[in-house]
Design a protein around this ligand. Structure first.
Ligand SMILES: [Zn+2]
Length: 110
């Protein structure tokens, strides 16, 4: 695997976001809101395709936070949100691409 997409460290700050460090020493901080809006699961993807926001789902949603984050194999991370949504598996390649494109040039949802 390309070391560009190899993660050596993943720090989760439940109420802030995640910090990912890749094997080539590139590191990126991605905030909660961004992570949730780009959720790669089929449901959120289909909402975006229909021009709807993937989050929030309802009025008066509680403040967003991460409940749990688990490595998914050696290529991704599965995030469980405080509203129970946990269908998204963020591949390291996806996180890297988000970090490099969005964080520097503005949101362009995949
Ligand atoms: Zn989702």
């Amino acid at each position: 695997m390309d070391e560009k997409y190899d993660v050596v460290e993943l720090a989760v700050e439940r109420t802030v976001g995640i910090k990912v460090t890749f094997a080539d020493n590139y590191s990126a901080e991605i905030d909660l809101m961004t992570l949730r809006l780009i959720c790669p699961c089929a449901m959120c993807r289909s909402l975006r395709e229909r021009g709807k926001a993937a989050w929030p789902q309802s009025e008066g949603s509680q403040k967003l936070s991460i409940q749990d984050a688990q490595f998914h194999g050696s290529w991704g991370v599965n995030i469980t949100w405080n509203d129970g949504h946990n269908a998204g598996i963020y591949t390291f390649q996806f996180l890297r691409e988000i970090a490099e494109s969005y964080l520097h040039s503005g949101l362009d949802l995949p």
